[in-house]
Design a protein around this ligand. Structure first.
Ligand SMILES: C/C=C/C(=O)SCCNC(=O)CCNC(=O)[C@H](O)C(C)(C)COP(=O)(O)OP(=O)(O)OC[C@H]1O[C@@H](n2cnc3c(N)ncnc32)[C@H](O)[C@@H]1OP(=O)(O)O
Length: 660
């Protein structure tokens, strides 16, 4: 079966995950049978879908017509046979109890057509064990969505022991057709990828406090502000539910052994029913304002310990062939919002140092959880999980980055894609470094004569500085000055790049993202794009050149309006203000942005370079600009490009400039 043969999807269970998955499937154009055991359950799920679709339409993420059409595709059903008899694919999302799920599969096998694929949305149970209840274990896999499915990009596609590869391929195709990013989990291993990293992290946080060496505030400050993770470890445990984390850990403990022994601190919380946010109290008291994490209570020791434990989990997953480091990193960034994956973080920290930390803790405590996996040392000897190959040449020659992609789509265009769609292509320090390097390398690349700068995905060009990784600086003023300078300098490279630069903007273009786009020579935007400098709303100012560069494009009055109001502006308004050169409807946007870049790439490189240089030099000093202009005018007299241009003009042809 191919993904195109899937028309009807049955979603079993209309709870939080079930109705969310049904919504995603309906939005992707599938007929969806949403089934639960009682009318009121299934109706409640249906109402939630309606509410969520309305919200998407309110936010202009879909049109009213698309919302209505998606809802029309969902049929709420209680009768089991009716729900599955015409289903090509079934996603089961009933409660996380082995017995309940097994009963459901018994019934499902009875009524589902032979060709139907079964996928369980379990986050913690064995896919293999569930598959063995059915008569089609080879057409059974895990399809683990994250909560809420409509917003979370990641789907872990898990192979059971008997699953056919074609079934995994098809399930990945289906996840992509639903607009999600699938990550393959090659083995049915407890916690799969994301929970396998997060749950031991929470457990280690608890052991650190249990040992008396750290407080909750110190561990959470280290996690959130030193490591830059979206939440403190305890804050995360409270958010997920301490009981949920505990049950996954308990299962890991059963299957994987002593290294996953739950910390007594977690057990105490579960026994006292202080389960986190949902019960009003966990590690934090939510009647008293919840998590209030100090920005400066972390320490290098605490960070190293948490990183060492995560690195050990990465090593075990890789050694056991569950997933590769890049799949682990992608899954954890998409599923847990980490700014960087745990394998990359561990490589940066140094695997030998992390293994030493584990050894020291093991010597001190004798606890199995600190036994370093053999593979951790092996990977260290090979230069890291990525084998020290981060600098190696990728398909596009030397262009191999983590936060951006460089492509050469032809016609002498160098395309730079801001590639952090899981975080709205926000700009981290690493992204700045990579962008600066890429602009320099592209400038030297003979195959490239114009740059096209775009954002990955359809949500954002860039939503600005990554506030989370900015907070990871712990609010240090000196570091912030340096960060501001780095952004100014990097975008300055774009501005001073001798080639024409086009920014292709589709979606949000905010804060630092707008400051980056300001440094392009021309801006093409889709009609759904929104612009703004929201920094004043955060008590900041546009510190990557926004106070200086924007006014040269829109004038000081408009620049002040944009910065002081911190409002969001539509593409057409920004066209009126002179910021956007051209607004294009969404379907035509990509082609038009490329076409403009390709047009500019066909222009005379030397004249273009000097034009940019003269205009930049003349920005604050017209005489200096005029001087550059006249000198450049003289230089151009001596170029082959001038002859080519004039000959083509006389002969009525198109010039072919060579930059000579
Ligand atoms: C010197 C330069 C300074 C600056 O640039 S300061 C930053 C300026 N930028 C902003 O203030 C924009 C902040 N973001 C927003 O206002 C909203 O987001 C949007 C309007 C862009 C989108 O809203 P919606 O569609 O409702 O999505 P969502 O749930 O808010 O965001 C999706 C995920 O993206 C993360 N995110 C968005 N912007 C940033 C950011 N600037 N820094 C870090 N993360 C960001 C969110 O947190 C969330 O993540 P999760 O799904 O994990 O909850």
């Amino acid at each position: 079966m191919e993904v195109d043969n899937i028309n009807t999807i049955a979603v079993l269970g209309a709870g939080n995950m079930g109705h969310g998955i049904a919504e995603v499937a309906a939005l992707a154009g599938y007929e969806v049978n949403l089934r639960d055991i009682k009318d009121e359950f299934v109706q409640n799920g249906y109402d939630q879908i309606e509410w969520s679709l309305d919200k998407l339409a309110e936010k202009d993420q879909i049109s009213d017509e698309e919302a209505d059409a998606a809802l029309d595709r969902v049929t709420p059903i209680v009768d089991f046979e009716e729900a599955v008899e015409d289903a090509d694919f079934v996603v089961e999302a009933v409660p996380e109890k082995m017995d309940i799920k097994k009963d459901v599969y018994g019934e499902l096998e009875e009524y589902a057509p032979d060709h139907t694929i079964f996928a369980t949305n379990t986050s913690s149970l064995s896919v293999t064990e569930l598959s063995e209840v059915t008569e089609r274990p080879e057409r059974f896999c895990g399809m683990h969505f994250f909560n809420p499915p409509v917003r979370m990009q990641l789907v872990e596609v898990i192979s059971g022991e008997h699953t056919d590869d074609e079934v995994l391929d098809l399930t990945e195709d289906l996840a992509e057709a639903m607009g999600k990013t699938p990550v393959r989990v090659r083995k049915d291993s407890p916690g799969f990828i994301v929970n396998r990293i997060l749950v031991p992290l929470m457990n280690e946080a608890a052991w650190m406090v249990e040992s008396g060496d750290y407080t909750v505030a110190e561990v959470d400050s280290a996690t959130k502000f030193d490591m830059g993770l979206p939440m403190g470890s305890f804050e995360l445990a409270d958010q997920v539910g301490i009981d949920v984390g505990y049950h996954v850990l308990d299962y890991m403990n059963d299957v994987l052994g002593e290294a996953y022994e739950p910390c007594p601190l977690l057990v105490e919380k579960v026994e006292a029913e202080k389960l986190g946010k949902k019960t009003g109290e966990g590690f934090y008291d939510y009647d008293e304002g919840g998590a209030d994490i100090p920005t400066d209570a972390g320490s290098e020791d605490a960070v190293r310990r948490l990183q060492a434990v995560m690195a050990n989990e990465v090593a075990k997953l890789v050694a056991n062939d569950v997933a590769d480091p890049d799949a682990i990193d992608e899954a954890v960034m998409l599923g847990a919002g980490f700014p960087e994956g745990p394998a990359k973080m561990a490589d940066d920290a140094g695997l030998d140092a992390l293994a030493d930390t584990l050894n020291e803790l093991h010597d001190e405590t004798g606890a199995a959880r600190y036994e370093a996996s053999d593979y951790l040392r092996e990977a260290a000897a090979e230069g890291g999980f990525y084998g020290g190959d981060e600098e190696s040449e990728g398909e596009e020659g030397a262009y191999d980055y983590d936060n951006i992609r460089v492509e050469k789509p032809g016609e002498m265009v160098g395309k730079v894609v801001l590639d952090r769609p899981h975080r709205m292509n926000t700009v981290s320090e690493e992204l700045l470094d990579e962008l600066g390097e890429a602009v320099e390398a592209l400038t030297e690349d003979d195959d490239v004569r114009a740059l096209l700068l775009v954002g990955e995905g359809d949500k954002a060009f860039s939503a600005g500085a990554d506030v989370q990784s900015m907070a990871a600086g712990g609010g240090d003023p000196i570091q912030a000055v340096e960060l501001s300078k780095k952004g100014q300098d990097t975008f300055g490279k774009l501005e001073a790049c001798p080639m024409p630069v086009v920014a292709g903007i589709d979606g949000y273009c905010l804060g630092g993202g707008m400051e980056m786009a300001t440094c392009a020579d021309m801006r093409v935007a889709s009609d759904r794009s929104e612009f703004g400098q929201p920094e004043h709303d955060l008590g900041l100012l546009p510190g990557w050149g926004g106070t200086q560069r924007l006014k040269h494009i829109v004038g000081e009055g408009r620049a002040k309006e944009i910065i002081f109001t911190a409002d969001r502006f539509e593409a057409e308004t920004m066209e009126d203000y002179g910021f956007v050169n051209e607004v294009v409807e969404v379907p035509a946007f990509e082609d038009r942005a490329f076409e403009l870049a390709a047009d500019l790439a066909a222009g005379p490189p030397i004249a273009q370079k000097y034009t940019k240089r003269a205009m930049l030099a003349g920005r604050d000093d017209t005489d200096a600009g005029l001087e550059v202009e006249s000198q450049a005018f003289g230089h151009l007299m001596n170029t082959d490009d001038l002859m080519e241009g004039i000959t083509a003009f006389m002969g009525d042809g198109e010039p072919e400039f060579e930059g000579k």
